[in-house]
Design a protein around this ligand. Structure first.
Ligand SMILES: [Zn+2]
Length: 366
């Protein structure tokens, strides 16, 4: 079946259409953490260049940085930074001609008030525009017991569905650490979600509204030496099968999310795509891709980063230290790395956004 949507931020039914297109097409969208307009615009540019839809997300720390690390009130900055980033995307996304999902990353128990404060803004925005500010928020209570995890997520989802939003939840623990959420020293078996827990989540949340599920199958945040944890995508397969058998649903009923995609083996990524993974988070690799060209540039032009005028030649260095020069290189580094991600996730060329040329016309072949 072919699907198409208007370019811009997608939510509600349109988000489900986009997820269905991913799952039917056997591809996933990269979910890229951004911390400012440079990284954010780089994601939009990369999506446009690759004719792919994309997910833009902010961690609580990324949102705080977006508002300004020096703002003072850290909680307020986390909320307003997220709101500011979202409004930036609402204004620009359609002009890049692709579909964009707007999302926030891990919120543990301590950060539930952050999610609730963003929902206050989201409800306000919905009143004004008929659209939610974010397509979805993640609520990660995987460190709590499962009954608490699911009932708290159910409570928040009840509020979200009223403004056409989805929730992302987590079961089991993703290894590594992301912005202070998570830990390095957890039992190995906790790194693997049980299919019975996925079934429990489906039974609790599906009747309320749309949810996606970050199940742990040995995935780890960040890039570490390989060998410590084994990726086991069969856990995803078994979870899908259990829900399908128990409730007689269609194939791959769960909308799955792959956390800790940076540095993962490409064959395992590919295997997980067949099991209903529509979203893969990427942060560590794009951070490095943003930083690396800047490092090379500074190394190549050390004088420009110490003197406004070269003390030996008398040459002004303004053209080199102008932030637009080296920040653009950072953006381009990120765009290039995301090009690889779209290929790995098989989403390159798969945007379902209707192009400018054919909007409203059924005769267009583009
Ligand atoms: Zn994560």
């Amino acid at each position: 079946m072919s699907h198409s949507l208007k370019p811009g931020v997608v939510s509600g039914k349109d988000l489900q259409t986009l997820i269905t297109a991913c799952k039917e097409g056997g591809y996933a969208l990269p979910a890229v953490n951004v911390t400012g307009t440079n990284s954010l615009n780089a994601v939009l540019e990369a999506a446009r260049d690759n004719n792919a839809d994309v997910i833009i997300q902010l961690s609580n720390g990324g949102a705080e940085f977006f508002a300004g690390k020096g703002m003072g009130d850290s909680f307020k900055a986390k909320v307003l930074g997220a709101v500011s980033a979202a409004k930036h995307v609402h204004l620009l996304a359609e002009h890049y001609g692709v579909c964009v999902v707007l999302h926030t990353d891990h919120a543990n128990k301590k950060l539930v008030p952050w999610v609730e404060a963003m929902l206050d803004h989201g409800e306000e925005f919905y009143k004004e525009t008929g659209k939610p500010l974010f397509s979805s928020h993640m609520v990660d209570l995987s460190e709590e017991d499962i009954d608490y995890n699911l009932s708290e997520c159910a409570r928040l989802l009840e509020r979200m569905v009223k403004i056409d939003m989805s929730i992302e939840i987590e079961l089991g623990v993703t290894g590594g650490e992301e912005d202070g959420v998570g830990s390095d020293d957890i039992d190995n078996d906790k790194l693997y979600t049980q299919p019975s827990e996925c079934l429990q989540a489906y039974e609790k949340l599906a009747p309320i509204g749309h949810f996606s599920l970050a199940a742990s199958f040995g995935n780890v945040h960040g890039v570490y030496k390989p060998g410590n944890v084994k990726l086991r995508p069969d856990i995803l397969k078994n979870s899908q099968a259990l829900v399908q058998e128990t409730h007689g649903t269609d194939h791959n009923p769960l909308d799955l999310v792959f956390h800790g995609g940076s540095g993962s083996e490409k064959e395992k990524i590919e295997e997980s795509l067949g099991y209903g993974v529509f979203k893969m988070n990427i942060d560590t690799d794009t951070q490095f891709a943003f930083a690396e060209p800047v490092g090379a540039f500074v190394k190549e032009h050390p004088v420009a980063f110490e003197h406004q005028i070269d003390p030996e030649t008398g040459e002004p260095q303004k053209k080199l230290y102008d932030p637009r020069k080296w920040l653009r290189l950072a953006e381009q580094g990120m765009v290039e790395r995301l090009g690889e991600a779209f290929i790995d996730l098989k989403s390159k060329g798969k945007s379902i956004a209707k192009k400018e040329c054919c909007q409203g016309k059924s005769s267009c072949a583009a």
